[in-house]
Write a new protein. Sequence first.
Length: 400
Amino acid sequence: MSLSNRRPPVWLLVAATATGPLALNLFVPSMPGLVALFDTDHATVQLTLSLYLIGVAVGQLVYGPLSDRFGRRPVLLAGVALYLGASAACALAPGIGALIVGRVVQAVGGCAGMVIGRAIVRDAWDRDQATRVLAAVIAGMAVAPMVGPVIGGFLEEWAGWRAGFILIAAFGALVLAAGLKALPETHNDPTPLPGPMALVQAYRGLLAKPQFLGYALLSTLSTASFFAFLAGAPYATVQMLGRSPSEYGLLFVLLSVGYMAGNILVSRLIGRVTAERLMLVGMALSLAGPLVTLALLPAGIFSVWSLYLPATIMCLGNGLVMPTSMTAAVSAEPRLAGTASGLLGFFQMGLGAVVSTGVGALRAGEPYTMAIGMVVANVAAFAAFAYARRRPPGDLRDGA
């Protein structure tokens, strides 16, 4: 079967990939209010975010090999079904403990679209086209974190936090129905499901490739800078600056617009501008944003604009870095695209969980803690890029 005959609708890939980010971001405006509602503390409520990220990280390690063995379609549909059930359970959670457990299961289901969507793009399009399509998918996917906090903020004020989970469950049901009808199988050369040692060997083989490890770390560190902001921004906005949850959601739109603009630029420029050059420009912008915030804080300049406008610049840079670096990483070993995508996702969400937990635990230094975390992640991204450009001895090929 030709590539063109097994290409799924791009809108379906966008919707499936958006399930995880939507559940992550729509819930964030409700987090500050849950402290009093459940008579708990900020650290416990923060687990609904950090453990969600850990669930996404671990889940992606499983979905990659499973989709390489059993195909993209059945594994993706099973993940969306799990996401739907867990979202409904979260809406009915009687306390913070049950909500945390529900969030972990929701994360495991929601990450199916994230990891398998990248593998489907790699299956169905060639390298340059895959970068362009992945940029379009990520640009469309950016709608989820754009509208998620807005909708979540208004639902929190008007109907309470449970309404958000009801909406998420409804979205999952729509994605499942659409996938059953319109999602083709794109992986027609199944790879035998490895045993534990073979899987370890597959991961070791990927990690030994500078192209995979360097570009995977680059995308991971770009993601970590965003999660540093995500961990601190709700409390800084709602509690320190006195803005409402709905205002936080509206301000968050700026970040999503910046991220989407970067993705659109990639889809328009790739082929005329090298992926490596787009990455470098994106990395510079991603570092410049938090440096501005960090420079303004000692001068006593702390407002929603000193917080969100520099973060928007950072997200514009991230929008240039993510599709280019992820495509380069997943293309390091095409035969194991699903496994590579899963390992990449594990890195992204695992470090995101560490960063968000660290920023949440060190709230005494906010917003300094948040800004410093963003700067450190983006500085480290340059080292990852340099490592990705390494070549084995005697390899004189041009850049990946």
